[in-house]
Ligand binder design. Sequence first.
Ligand SMILES: Cc1cc2nc3c(=O)[nH]c(=O)nc-3n(C[C@H](O)[C@H](O)[C@H](O)COP(=O)(O)OP(=O)(O)OC[C@H]3O[C@@H](n4cnc5c(N)ncnc54)[C@H](O)[C@@H]3O)c2cc1C
Length: 440
Amino acid sequence: MGFKAIIVGGSISGLTTALLLEKAGIDYVVLESRDIAPPVGASLGLWPNGFRILDQLGIYEQIMEITVPTFKTYMLSRGKTLARPAPDEKDIAKETYGYSSCFLDRQYLIQILHKNIANKDKVLTQVKINSIDQTDEGVTVTCADGTVYTGDVVVGADGVHSFVRGEMWRSMEKDDPTLLPPGEKTAITVTFSAMFGIAKDVPGVEAGGVYMAHQEQSQLMTVGGKDGRCFFFIFKRLGKVYTAPDLPKFTEADRDQVAEFHRNHKVNEVATFGNIWDRKIIGTYLPLEESSFTKYAYKRIVMIGDSIHKPTPASGQGGNGAIESAAVFANLLVRALARHKFCKEPHLSLDDAVGISEEYSTMREARMNELIKTSHVMNEYSLWPAHVLSLVEFVLPLIPSSLAQMGMKDMLFAPLAGGPHVEFLPLPQKKGQWADMVAR
Ligand SMILES: Cc1cc2nc3c(=O)[nH]c(=O)nc-3n(C[C@H](O)[C@H](O)[C@H](O)COP(=O)(O)OP(=O)(O)OC[C@H]3O[C@@H](n4cnc5c(N)ncnc54)[C@H](O)[C@@H]3O)c2cc1C
C-alpha cells in the first residue's frame, strides 16, 4: 500500500480535497459522521477565487446550471431605498476575474462535489472517530465502532467544532507542552448572530438581485436565486463578545422572536421580511463564530475550512477560503510526492509531512486571518446605530450610486486577487487579474 490521506468531514472542505486528490491520482478515504449533504438550510455565495478552483476541477458549468450571477445591489435604510443598481451596472466580479459571484443552496454544491467523485466507495458516512495518533511512520484513526484506518496524513475538514483540531493540539502537547501557542484554545469568539434560510417565490425578489436592508443594529440581506429561490439573512450584534468554550446557543423560540421582530421591516420596495418568513422552506438562527487560530497544521495533521479558519459570512469567504485551502494543500502534497515518483509504493516521510504542514500553515494563516479580520469589519460596519443610519440616509443619496457600490465592491473584491490555483490541473482560458498570473 502506498500513500493515503484520511479526510475527516465530507462537506465543502472534505469533498473538495477528495476531488483534488482523486484528480492527482492520490489515494484517500473520507470519513463523515453524518450523511452527505443533509438539508441544513444554508446558502452559499461562490466568489471568483472559489470558482476558479472549481472550474479547474471541471464542475463550474454544472454549478452555473443551477444558479444565476448576483451583481445588482439594492440598498435600503429603515424602509427607504438609498441606492438602486444603475441600468447599465456591470458585473465587476466577472469583468475583473472572469467569474461572477453566485448564490446557491450549500447542499447543492456538496451534492455536485460528491457526484463528481468517481470512487464513491472512498466516501464513508455515519463514521464517528474516537482518536487520532501520529507517529514518525504515519497516522492511525480509530473509530467508535473499533474500525481503524491507517494513512500518511489526516485532513481535519470537520467544521468549526472540530474533533481533529483537538487531536492535533493533543499531539502537540504530548510532544512539547510549550508548542501550542497561548490563546489557541480560546481563539473562537462570537460577536454577531445570523438568522438565515431559504424561501421560495417571494414577491419583488428578482433572480440575481441582492437587497441590503438596514435597520437599527441589524441588517436584512436577501438574495434572489434561480427558479424563485430566495436566500435570506438577518445579521445582528449580540450584547457582548463571547469567547470559547463559553459560546452562546439559540433555541427555536429565539429564532421565532427574531423573525417576529423583523416581520414588518421592508427588504425591498415590495416585500417585507414577513413575506419571506411566510414562504420559508427552512430557517435557522446561529451564533456567528469567528476564529483566530495561528497553527493550521502539525506534522501529519492538516486543518482545512471552518475547522481552522472561520470568518463571519459578510465577506462570503468561509466556503471559498476552504476551497482555496484544499487547493494549496493538494499542491504541496503533489509536489512532495513527486519527489518519490520512482518508488513503487510512495509514503510521506516525517520530514516531508513537517515541511508540508509548516508551509501550508504559513501560507494559509496569513491570507485567511486577514480575510477573517476584513469580514469582521464588514459586519461591524453594516450594523449601524440610529444616528449613523440617519447620516447614511442623508449622505448616500448624494453620492452617485455607481460610486457607492464601487466602494463596497472594492472591499469585497480586492482580496480575491491573491487566491491560489491548482498547480497540477490546467488553468481555464478565462481572463482575470489574478496575482499568481501576473507574477508569471
Ligand atoms: C449564515 C452563513 C452564511 C454563509 N455564507 C457564506 C458565503 O456566502 N460564502 C462562503 O464561502 N461561505 C459562507 N458561509 C460559510 C460556509 O458555509 C462554511 O465556511 C463552509 O460550509 C465550511 O465548510 P467545511 O467543510 O469546512 O465545514 P462544514 O460545512 O461545517 O462541514 C464539516 C463536516 O464535518 C462533519 N463532521 C463533524 N465532526 C465530525 C467528526 N468528528 N467525524 C467525521 N465528520 C465530522 C460534519 O458532519 C460536516 O459534514 C456562511 C456561513 C453561515 C453560517
